[in-house]
Design a protein around this ligand. Structure first.
Ligand code: SF4
Length: 64
């Protein structure tokens, strides 16, 4: 599974970071970084929760 981000709609509110801080990071300049673009299996529940919880629907998961 691979995380995709629509950076055009992400507003860097860090909801995803709050739910999966090992995978998503919003820096001091309000830039989102995906720390684990291909998240390991043990993180997937949290990643899916973060994807569903993004208020801008900027995140998606894809089979690669
Ligand atoms: S929750 Fe969505 S809008 Fe907020 S920082 Fe994460 S990807 Fe961007």
């Amino acid at each position: 599974m691979k995380i995709k981000v629509d950076y055009d709609v992400c507003e860097a509110n860090a909801v995803c970071m709050g739910l999966a801080p090992d995978v998503f990071e919003v820096d001091e300049d309000d830039n989102l970084h995906v720390l684990l673009p291909e998240p390991p299996r043990e993180t997937l529940d949290r990643v899916r929760h973060a994807v569903r919880s993004c208020p801008k629907a900027a995140l998606s998961l894809h089979d690669e």
